[in-house]
Design a protein around this ligand. Structure first.
Ligand code: X2W
Length: 286
């Protein structure tokens, strides 16, 4: 690079940092819950990029909480073990054998992949699942799904302790039933419930699409809850996007200030959303 171009580069970097000041002030001490979906974890390089964003976020005063999925990784392991698996309305029908694999893959492999990536960037990540410290006590409200839980009580005290210790909680979406059974919880549902229990400032749902799109595939950048309800009734919001927007609406009803659906594969997706006026994906406000 020529010296002149290089100077221009550094000047642009400094300008970006300077322009971030109001956002840094706005998010100082904020709680941001980030759902990292299995489809957004495309490679070690993407994970490294994500981890760096999370560590930077915490460095500038945000309290990030990561709730992860891992559906594709669970599918891969179930196939290896020749266990068949079905989905009803986007949720996995889960029997005893399946829940063992779900816990092994989510708490064992995926959770530690994320924890390790954050720690390698200089953060202090602590991995846990909804079973730890009674974080998520769940009910089985859909008998046809088997061992699938919906969070009924969320005890966030362990997360507050981790914030005070400058640690970053990384949560696998499993919960305990009232009789101590292990229940499989949809990752989006878990993230929404945890965000509501923390009355988080932001819920970021990182997925593999750019956001909520209209019929022409243009991303709708700003929506209200009412608009989401209208677009769903009109069939514009459909398929796999419905559980995501429903999670956002429930989180907003639970007191979360705003929820964002964005493409987790895009570089620096979280930073773009929080610290620039560009934003990313679709933001939904009450
Ligand atoms: C999910 C949990 C993982 C998840 C499952 O078994 O696949 C239920 O469906 P993604 O990557 O976010 O889809 N649980 C009940 O939600 O992963």
């Amino acid at each position: 690079m020529r010296e002149q171009d290089m100077n221009r580069d550094w000047i642009a970097t400094a300008a970006t940092l300077s322009a971030a000041l109001p956002y840094l002030q706005r998010y100082n001490d904020a709680i941001v819950v980030i759902k990292l979906g299995g489809h957004a974890m495309s490679s070690d390089a993407a994970m490294e990029n994500f981890a760096r964003d999370v560590v930077l976020m915490q460095q500038v005063g945000v309290n990030p909480v990561i709730v992860h999925g891992g559906g594709p990784m669970i599918n891969e392991m179930l196939e290896k073990l020749e266990i068949t698996s079905d989905f009803v309305n986007g949720k996995r029908v889960t029997d005893e054998a399946t829940v063992e694999v779900v816990e092994m893959v989510l708490s064992g492999r995926v959770n530690k992949w994320i924890v390790n990536a954050i720690n390698r960037q200089g953060g202090r990540a602590v991995g846990l699942s909804g079973k730890d410290a009674s974080l998520m006590t769940c009910v089985q409200d859909a008998p046809e799904l088997g061992l699938v839980g919906t969070p009924a009580e969320v005890d966030t005290s362990v997360l507050r302790t981790l914030f005070d210790a400058n640690a970053i909680p990384v949560i696998a979406p499993l919960g305990a039933g009232r009789n101590g059974e292990t229940l499989n919880v949809n990752g989006d549902t878990a993230a929404g419930a945890i965000a509501a229990a923390l009355t988080a400032d932001r819920l970021l749902l990182l997925t593999d699409v750019p956001g909520v799109m209209d019929a022409e595939k243009t991303v709708l950048t700003d929506l209200t809850s009412d608009q989401v309800i209208e677009l769903t009734a009109a069939g514009v919001i459909a398929g796999g996007m419905i559980p995501k927007t429903q999670t956002c609406l429930e989180a907003l009803r639970g007191g979360v200030r705003a929820a964002v659906i964005l493409d987790g594969r895009a570089p620096n997706a979280c930073l773009l959303e929080l610290f620039t006026d560009h934003g990313a994906g679709t933001i939904i406000r009450a």
